[in-house]
Structure formats: C-alpha cells, structure tokens
Design a protein around this ligand. Structure first.
Ligand code: ATP
Ligand code: MG
Length: 331
C-alpha cells in the first residue's frame, strides 16, 4: 500500500446515488480516515451534478447527500480536519470544465472504460452528454484544489489516468499550474456485491454501512456462492466465495487463507455465518456513531455549508491562476 505525507493533499469522493456500502469502506473510506488521522489534508467531494445522469436518484438528491455525509462521520471522518463539499455549490470549480474539455478528444472520453461500464448499466434508454464529461468533471473536482493523491477503488483508475493527462497537457500548453495526482489503491480495490459483480449503490447488490444487523444477515444469506463444501480463498477460480472470505478477513484483520481454513468444510452456511458475525461486529461502532450524528441534521448541514465555503475560496484562487496562465480571457 502506498503511503502519504503531511504535505499531501487528498481529494476523493462518492456520488450521492445512495448510502455508502462495504465496498466503499474497504475500497477507499478506511484509507481516507487513516490518512486523515496521519495528518494529511483531506477533501471529500460529493459530486452531485454527476447524479443528473441518473434521473431516479436525482429526485432524492438532498437526502442522498446527507446520507453520504453521515456515513463519512460514522466511519471516522473528522469535520475539523477535513473539507466535505458538494461540487454544484462551487461555481469556479465547474468553470474549469470548459478548458479541461478542450484538452481531451471526444474519442478519449468515449473509450474510457468506466464511462463505457456506466453506460452499459444505465437504465436510461438514451445516454446523456453529461455522461461523457464525467471524467473531465472529475478532473476538475481533483485539480481545483491541486490534490496530488487520490484514494479510489479500481473502477476509477482510468478516470485518474485522464486527470493526469489533463493536468499534463494544461501545464505543457499554458505553464505549470497543476500537479499530476497519484492513485492510492487499497488492498480491497474491488469488493463484489451479493450477485457476484462489483458492489455498487445503483445495482441493488450492496450491503449498506448503515444496514441493521438483521438486514446484513439477510443480505449475506442471499449472496451468490458455489456448491463446493470446502471453503478456500481462490479469487481467480472462486470469486464469490473468495469475496465473502475476504470480507470476513478485512473485518477481523486476519489473513483470508486463515479465515477459509478455519471454516474448512462447513460450506456456504458456515461461511455466511462467519461473514455476518464479522461484519456486524466490525461495523457496530460505526453504526452507533452514525445514528448519533443523525440526531442533529442541522449540524450536518452546517458542516456541508462550511466545507462549501472553504472549497469556493480555493476554487476561485485556482480559476484566477488558470485564466492568467491561459492569458486569453479578461479578468
Ligand atoms: P454508483 O453505482 O452510483 O456508481 P458506486 O457504488 O460505484 O456507486 P461511487 O460513488 O461511484 O460508488 O464510488 C465512490 C468510490 O468508491 C470510488 O473511489 C470507487 O472506486 C469506490 N468503490 C465503489 N464501489 C466499490 C467496490 N465495490 N469496491 C471497492 N471500491 C469501490
Ligand atoms: Mg460508481
């Protein structure tokens, strides 16, 4: 796992398409909290404009944004040491989108694997133009605050590549303004959902961080496995079983091979019982802290407003620098 120093600035975030799940936690959230506690400057964007690509979710936007912030707080994000903001509230950040789009070709945007995957899973008959701007918008989210380190899951790696390309091309054409940010992957960069595909908020295959113990047990019982009784950790040949083994191992801080051999020939039922117990034990403190914060939504909204204020100041400074570097536009 790559490490960070206190001079690093981290930006990462989560689309407000629903409550965060175990994939977020082990894929990136846990890493973010660790880095914050080590003294790194942490920025968390909730990219709400991007949700307009999904109409159903757009109708519950405010509730979803608040849900994500509660998940952050439950997971240990400390509002006094981090900046949580929504990108629609930062006009200067969004103005970076136009120069950035001019630096990439339409072909580069449309062959981006994450965009292709999102399109394949989209319930919309017609895919909006906004979907194609997603990677460039993400570059604006990252570069407006000159973040140099981005902890993400595996699906976001192609986006990060494009962010680096945009930063490099901007600097080559107009002079040095932006860092080329590094990607920070966790040791669970792609947790699978109950159906055996990537756990995703929008695919009805996820276990939410805020789920109750009973709900968690029910979801884990419904998870896809195989019929071999001997449990093993073999992600290549037994992805679903190995994913469950990994989940228990991550929760218990153990080696997945050791977890598998402890279950032995107990089959899926024993595996699922182990995973349920591990998840419910590990997430009990997070769930309790989350529920406490949920008692005071006025405080949660104030945190978002303060984060937006700080992000706005930074975005305006960066936009000024960008305009000066480009030299083409009147100030
Ligand atoms: P959506 O279905 O709306 O795209 P999502 O569940 O994929 O939601 P995002 O908001 O797109 O979540 O992703 C937020 C961050 O969490 C990204 O860094 C992403 O890589 C990471 N992430 C999401 N799902 C997983 C997963 N299953 N395993 C590991 N990391 C994940
Ligand atoms: Mg996603």
């Amino acid at each position: 796992m790559s490490t960070a120093t206190t001079t690093d600035r981290i930006l990462t975030g989560d689309r407000p398409t629903g409550p965060l799940h175990l994939g977020h936690y082990f894929g990136t959230l846990q890493n973010r909290v660790r880095l914050q506690n080590e003294g790194v400057d942490l920025f968390l964007v909730i990219p709400d404009y991007q949700v307009l690509t999904d109409r159903d979710v757009a109708e519950r936007l405010t509730e979803n944004v608040e849900d994500v912030v509660l998940d952050y707080l439950g997971a240990g994000v400390d509002p006094t040491r981090s900046t949580v903001f929504t990108h629609s509230a930062i006009p200067a950040l969004n103005q970076l989108l136009l120069p950035f789009l001019s630096l990439v070709s339409a072909a580069e945007l449309s062959r981006n694997p994450t965009v292709k995957d999102e399109i394949a899973h989209s319930r919309q008959a017609a895919v909006s133009g906004l979907m194609f701007t997603y990677p460039a918008h993400q570059a604006a989210d990252i570069l407006f605050c000159k973040a140099n380190l981005v902890p993400v899951g595996k699906d976001q790696v192609p986006h990060l590549e494009l962010t680096r390309t945009i930063a490099r091309r901007f600097n080559e054409r107009y002079g040095p303004v932006f860092p080329e940010p590094r990607t920070l992957l966790s040791n669970a960069p792609l947790l699978l959902g109950t159906d055996g595909t990537k756990m995703s908020k929008s695919r009805s295959n996820s276990i939410a961080l805020k789920a109750s113990s009973d709900e968690t047990a029910r979801l884990i019982r419904s998870a896809k496995t195989d019929t071999i009784r001997e449990i093993s950790y073999d992600p290549e040949h037994r992805p679903e079983v190995s994913n469950l083994v990994l989940l228990a191992a991550l929760c218990q801080g153990r080696d997945p091979h050791e977890v598998a051999s402890a279950i032995g020939d107990g089959g899926s039922a024993a595996l699922k019982a182990t995973v349920t117990e591990a998840v419910n034990t590990h997430f009990a403190p997070l769930r309790a802290r989350r529920a406490e914060y949920a008692q005071d939504m006025a405080y949660v909204r104030k945190l978002i407003a303060e984060g937006n204020e700080r992000a706005n100041e930074i975005a305006e400074t960066t936009l000024d620098e960008v305009r000066k570097a480009m030299g083409t536009f009147r100030m």
